[in-house]
Each structure stands twice: as structure tokens, then as C-alpha cells.
Design a protein around this ligand. Structure first.
Ligand code: BDR
Ligand code: CA
Length: 316
């Protein structure tokens, strides 16, 4: 099994990712760290605890981290994830609470105690990871790699060019990419393509299985998106695809590419990915700044992840 820590901003598709991660026998979810992003920190913690209850996995420690990005105020994503963060899904309150102390301390203790290097799975703005790596840089020695949902080598969503998680805290993403720890980018190029087909999602929503109804509600979430945007998001498994990448990397085409997080101007939050086949003038003339080398997912066998997702949850 792969020992993992999830960093989440639950979040409709973070919820799908948590359900998938705790159900997959190849993953050992040691803890979950929460950050403001898709919803406020308080909501994210509550949503995460409720989803773990629904998954029947209540022993996993959950901790609260940063309530805002490093430099900017937190910005609402209620137009995508609803006021509560789980769209139209309503779950009973959890009896459990977050563990005392910040999620940076939870991650630190889990990483230090692990006999094997840990994989960090970041499904949210990377504020917690950046704070942790700044405060405890030596933890990098026991981190295998950081797999993150974020960025794009093509289109954005938060802006025309920036993906939400990186856009929400670009400095944090830059710190993480520059940390020297191997990083794997599951960006919009693949994120936007992996989903459960509409008839299946609707059948789950209206079916008998309690877990299936939750998954169906999350997949068919249409919070205030309006008819045209609803189709953009409907059925996507979103962050759960980044967890699929851990257990079935063979469904992805990836390339090790130079990546730079843009911090200024309209491009703020964009991940520039150098896809050139040959060095250009900037490199030839020594004008190319230091860019991070990132393994970037560029293509995906979407049907394979759809099957993996449903099979793992016992919903096929
Ligand atoms: C990312 O931002 C959030 O909306 C999702 O949970 C995902 O992590 C997509 O840009
Ligand atoms: Ca997320």
C-alpha cells in the first residue's frame, strides 16, 4: 500500500476523492489536512468529517489548517460548490471533531512517524503544504512526492489561463514546486475529461445504495451553474482523478516538463508549461529563469478511470 496524506478543501469533488481514497485497498490514508478553498475552513472540516462518516472510515485523523491564502483573502467558490461546499448533498453532522492543533502539526507528526516515505496528495490550494515546507524543510526527506490537482498546460477555469487551486494561492504553489520534492501535476488537461457518464450518475442518485446516492448527488451537482455550465461540470469525478493517478498511473500520458507559476498581472496563478521540443532563444541565450521540473499529466484514458472509480466504490 501507498501511505498518503490528503490535503483537501472539501468541496464536491474532494468528497469524491476522499470516498475513493479510503475505499481503495492500495492506499493507506494516514490523515487529512484541511484548507480554505472551495469553502471556508470550518465548512471544509465539517464536510470532510461527514464524508468520512458516510464512508465508514471514521478513524482517520482530520485537522484544520490555513483559513486563507498566504497573501490574499480567501475567495468564495460557492457558485461552483454551493454555500456549504457539498453542492446539493446534505449529510448529518458528525459526532467527531478535528484533532487539536493545526494540520501542519498533524502532517509533520505523520511524516516523521512513517517508516516509509509519504505521498502528499494536494487537492486544494497549497497553502498548508507551503507553510509546512517553510517551517519544517527537513520533512522533505520523508516525502516520496507531491501529487497535486492543480494548474493547466492549456485552458484555465478560475481565469482564462489559471486553474482554481493554483490561482487561489499562487505563492504557495510556487513554494511547493520549488521545494525540490518530486511533483506530479494532475491539471485541467486531464481533470476536465474524467467523469461518470450521465445515465450512470443519475441511476446512482436514484438507486438503492446509500453510498451510491451520495456519489450520485456529488456527480450530478448543478449548483447555480445554469444549464450551459452544468454540462461542463456534470459527471466529472474531479479531484478523485488525481487519486486514480496514484493507483493506476498507466492510464495517463505524462511528461517531465519545466513549469513556472505566474505571480503577476492577468496571468497570476497560471502554470506555464514549457512544451517545446527544442530549446528556444531564451534557453540558447541564457535568459530562461529556473523553472521547476514537474511530471505533467497531458492525456488520460478517461474510460479506464471511470471504471476504476466505480469499481473501487463497489458501484459498477
Ligand atoms: C479544483 O478546484 C476545485 O473546484 C476542485 O475541488 C478542484 O480541486 C479544480 O480547479
Ligand atoms: Ca479541491
Amino acid at each position: 500500500t501507498i501511505p498518503v496524506i490528503l490535503d483537501v478543501d472539501t468541496g464536491v469533488d474532494d468528497a469524491l476523492a476522499i470516498l475513493f481514497a479510503v475505499a481503495h485497498p492500495g492506499l493507506d490514508v494516514l490523515g487529512i489536512s484541511c484548507v480554505a478553498g472551495n469553502a471556508s475552513l470550518e465548512r471544509v472540516v465539517q464536510n470532510t468529517l461527514r464524508i468520512l462518516d458516510a464512508a465508514g472510515a471514521p478513524d482517520i485523523p482530520v485537522a484544520a489548517g490555513a483559513r486563507r491564502p498566504l497573501l490574499e483573502p480567501a475567495r468564495s467558490a460557492a457558485h461552483v460548490h454551493g454555500e456549504g461546499g457539498l453542492g446539493t448533498l446534505r449529510l448529518p453532522p458528525s459526532d467527531r471533531a478535528a484533532v487539536p492543533g493545526s494540520s501542519i502539526e498533524l502532517m509533520r507528526s505523520l511524516i516523521e512517524a512513517s517508516p516509509r516515505p509519504i505521498t502528499l496528495v494536494a487537492l486544494a490550494p497549497q497553502t498548508n503544504l507551503a507553510l509546512m515546507l517553510r517551517q519544517y524543510p527537513d520533512l522533505a526527506n520523508n516525502i516520496e512526492r507531491i501529487v497535486f490537482m492543480g494548474g493547466s498546460a492549456s485552458v484555465g477555469n478560475a481565469t482564462a489561463v489559471a486553474e482554481f487551486n493554483v490561482w487561489h494561492d499562487p505563492e504557495a504553489a510556487a513554494i511547493v514546486l520549488d521545494s525540490g520534492i518530486p511533483t506530479f501535476m494532475y491539471g485541467l488537461d486531464v481533470f476536465n475529461r474524467v467523469g461518470v457518464a450521465e445515465p450512470t450518475a443519475s441511476a446512482l442518485l436514484n438507486g438503492e445504495s446509500p453510498l451510491g446516492r451520495i456519489v450520485g448527488a456529488l456527480l450530478t451537482n448543478r449548483i447555480m451553474l445554469g444549464a450551459d455550465r452544468a454540462s461542463e461540470y456534470s459527471g466529472l469525478i474531479g479531484d478523485a482523478g488525481a487519486v486514480c493517478a496514484l493507483v493506476d498511473p498507466g492510464a495517463l500520458r505524462t511528461e517531465l516538463r519545466p513549469v513556472s507559476v505566474q505571480l503577476a498581472g492577468y496571468g497570476r496563478g497560471q502554470t506555464l508549461v514549457d512544451l517545446r521540443l527544442h530549446p528556444g532563444e531564451d534557453i540558447v541565450h541564457g535568459l530562461h529563469e529556473e523553472w521547476a521540473a514537474v511530471e505533467v499529466a497531458l492525456d488520460v484514458d478517461a474510460a479506464r478511470y471511470e471504471r476504476l472509480f466505480l469499481d473501487t466504490l463497489g458501484l459498477s
